[in-house]
Write a protein that binds this ligand. Structure first.
Ligand code: FAD
Ligand code: SF4
Length: 498
C-alpha cells in the first residue's frame, strides 16, 4: 500500500488553512483542499503495515480509536498514490455514505491509531478522504443512483442528521420507499444547524440532500413528529420507523443569575447564527449577537470552539473560553499510549483564530463559574469564577476542589453555555412510548429495536452525543437490521460481517 519507503521520504502535510486574520471576515470554509499532487505524496506515506489499526473503530478508555465505519484506508491511500482516483472513490463509497462530511469535520480517530504514528506523524487520512470525494463531485462521477426495483415497503425516519440520512440512503438503495421527517426548515441535523458554515459549508450538506431526493427519498421538513403529525399516524403509514432524533437536550448551569439576559445555550446561538448566515433577512435577537461584546464560552469542547469562531466573525470585543479540566499535555501521557485516541493539547481552528486576532490563547483551564451578575435591567454585566484543583479521592475517582483566594470577576455581556448534552429530548419518545435509559432510547447496538413493535432507534438518540462518523455507522447498521426485519434477509453491508 502506498509507496514502500514513502513514510521515510515524505513529511506529513495537512490541508492548507486560510489566514486566521483574513478568514474571520467571512463565513467560507477555513480549510482549502489538497491539490492532486500533495494528496498523492501523502497517500504514499501509508506504509503497508500489515495490521492497519486505522480502519477498525474500537473504544479504548472511553474514546474512539480507528475508523468506526471501517473505511478501507490503506486501499484508497494506495489508489490515490497511483493516481487511480475513480477506483479510490469506489472504495471509499463502499463504507462511507458521506465522506464530504467526515473528510471535513471528523476528528479522525483513524490518525491516532495509524501505525506510522507510533514514532512519526500519522498519515494524513482525513484530508485525503475529502480530496477523493471532492474530486468525485468535481469530475461529475457522483450521479443519482435511482433504484431499479421497489419492494413496496415503506420506512419512516424521524430526524435528518447524519444517522437518519445514512439509514435513508441504505434503505432507499435496496428499494424501500423512505420518508424522512424533520422539524427544522432544512435537512441535515447538526450538520446544518450546529456545525458552523466555516467548518462545513451548508451547500455541501444541501448538495447531498438534493442527491438523496433525486434518488427517491422524500423529505418532509418543518414537521415535528409527535406534534405536527402523531406517532400513531406515522406508524400506521409505514412498515417500519427509525428514530434518529439526536441528543440535543441541553445540560444547564443552574447557578445564581442564570435567568439574566445574555446567558444563553450555545446551541441557540449557533443555530440562529447559521440561519442568519444562510438568509440575511432572518431576524436574530440582539441578545444573541456578539458584536462589540465581551463573550464568555463556558465549556471546553468542540461546541464551545464553534461558538468562539462564530463570535469572532460577528465582531466580539473579547472572548474567553472556560474549561473545568487542566490543560492537556503536549505529548501522550503514559496512560494514553498508541493506538488510543491522543489526549494531547491542540489548537483547534477557532483557537488559532482567537490567538491570532487577540494575541493570546483565550482558553482558561481549571475554572468554575460561581454566579452571573446582571444590571438593573436584568442584563448580564459580569461573571464570577474560582480556580479548581483536580485530584483523586480515596476511591481513586477524580474530584474538583476550589482553590481559596482565586476568585475573579469577568466583565461579560454574552455568556454561552456549552457544557454538553443530557440526551434525547423527551416529547418524541413519549409520543412513541419508547423506553429510555439515562435519557437515551433503550435499543441495543447490533439490534436497534426499541420496546415498540416496528420502531428502531439509531445515532445520538440511542448512543448519546457523539460523532458524525458514529452516526453514519449507526445509520448503516440500523438499515441492515431494518431491511432484514422487513424482508427476512438482507444484502446490505454491516461492520459485523467485514
Ligand atoms: C456544535 C456541535 C458541533 C459538532 N461538531 C462535530 C464535529 O466537528 N465532528 C463530529 O464528528 N461531530 C461533531 N458534533 C457531533 C455530531 O454533530 C453529532 O454526533 C451527529 O450530528 C449526530 O447525528 P444524529 O443524526 O444522531 O443526530 P442530529 O444530527 O442531532 O440530528 C437529529 C435531527 O432530528 C431532528 N428531530 C428531533 N426530534 C424530532 C421530531 N420530533 N420530529 C422531527 N425531527 C426531529 C432534529 O431537528 C435534528 O435535525 C458536533 C455537535 C455539536 C452540537
Ligand atoms: S471517517 Fe473519520 S475516522 Fe474514518 S477515515 Fe475518515 S477521518 Fe478517519
Amino acid at each position: 500500500m502506498g509507496k514502500a519507503t514513502g513514510f521515510m521520504e515524505f513529511e506529513r502535510q495537512t490541508a492548507n488553512e486560510r489566514d486566521p486574520v483574513e478568514r474571520i471576515h467571512d463565513w467560507k470554509e477555513y480549510s482549502a483542499p489538497f491539490s492532486d499532487e500533495v494528496a498523492k505524496t501523502q497517500g504514499a506515506r501509508c506504509m503497508d503495515c500489515g495490521t492497519p489499526f486505522c480502519h477498525i473503530g474500537m473504544d479504548i478508555d472511553g474514546a474512539t480509536s480507528g475508523c468506526p465505519i471501517y473505511n478501507l484506508i490503506p486501499e484508497w491511500n494506495d489508489l490515490v498514490y497511483k493516481g487511480k482516483w475513480r477506483e479510490a472513490l469506489e472504495r471509499l463509497m463502499k463504507t462511507n455514505n458521506f465522506p464530504e462530511f467526515t473528510g471535513r469535520v471528523c476528528p479522525a480517530p483513524c490518525e491516532g491509531s495509524c501505525t506510522v504514528a507510533i514514532n512519526d506523524p500519522a498519515v494524513t487520512i482525513k484530508n485525503i478522504e475529502q480530496k477523493i470525494i471532492d474530486k468525485g463531485f468535481e469530475e461529475g462521477w457522483i450521479e443519482p443512483r435511482v433504484p431499479e426495483r421497489r419492494t413496496g415497503k415503506k420506512v419512516a425516519i424521524v430526524g435528518s442528521g447524519p444517522a437518519g440520512l445514512a439509514a435513508a440512503d441504505q434503505l432507499n438503495q435496496v428499494g424501500h420507499q423512505v420518508t424522512v421527517y424533520e422539524r427544522a426548515d432544512r435537512a441535515g441535523g447538526l450538520l446544518t444547524y450546529g456545525i458552523p458554515n466555516m467548518k462545513l459549508d451548508k451547500d455541501v450538506v444541501e448538495r447531498r440532500v438534493q442527491l438523496l431526493r433525486e434518488e427517491g427519498i422524500e423529505f418532509v421538513l418543518n414537521t415535528e413528529v409527535g406534534k405536527d403529525i402523531s406517532a400513531e399516524e406515522i406508524k400506521a403509514k409505514h412498515d417500519s420507523v427509525i428514530l434518529c432524533t439526536g441528543a440535543q437536550k441541553h445540560r444547564d448551569l443552574p447557578i445564581e443569575g442564570r435567568e439574566g439576559k445574555g446567558v444563553r445555550f450555545a446551541m441557540d446561538y449557533l443555530t440562529k447564527s447559521t440561519k442568519k448566515v444562510l438568509d440575511d433577512s432572518v431576524e436574530v435577537e440582539e441578545e444573541l449577537d456578539a458584536k462589540g461584546k465581551d463573550v464568555i464560552v463556558i465549556g471546553g469542547g468542540d461546541t464551545g470552539a464553534d461558538c468562539i469562531a462564530t463570535a469572532l466573525r460577528q465582531g466580539a470585543n473579547s472572548i474567553a473560553q472556560f474549561g473545568k479540566h487542566p490543560q492537556l499535555p503536549i505529548k501522550r501521557s503514559d496512560e494514553n499510549q498508541w493506538p488510543a485516541y491522543p489526549q494531547v493539547f491542540s489548537l483547534e481552528y477557532a483557537h488559532k483564530e482567537a490567538k491570532e486576532n487577540f494575541g493570546e490563547d483565550i482558553r482558561q483551564y481549571s475554572i468554575q463559574t460561581k454566579k452571573f451578575v446582571t444590571d438593573e435591567n436584568g442584563k448580564l454585566k459580569e461573571l464570577h469564577t474560582v480556580e479548581m484543583k483536580k485530584t483523586r479521592d480515596e476511591n481513586g475517582m477524580f474530584v474538583f476542589e476550589e482553590i481559596p483566594g482565586t476568585e475573579k470577576v469577568w466583565p461579560a455581556q454574552l455568556v454561552l453555555i456549552a457544557i454538553g448534552f443530557e440526551g434525547t429530548e423527551q416529547p418524541v419518545l413519549e409520543a412513541f412510548n419508547v423506553k429510555t435509559e439515562r435519557n437515551r432510547v433503550d435499543a441495543e447496538y447490533g439490534d436497534f429495536r426499541t420496546n415498540v413493535e416496528h420502531v428502531f432507534a439509531a445515532g445520538d438518540s440511542r448512543r448519546g452525543q457523539s460523532l458524525i462518523v458514529w452516526a453514519i455507522n449507526e445509520g448503516r447498521e440500523v438499515a441492515y437490521h431494518v431491511d432484514q426485519y422487513l424482508m427476512g434477509e438482507t444484502a446490505l453491508p454491516s461492520v459485523a460481517n467485514m
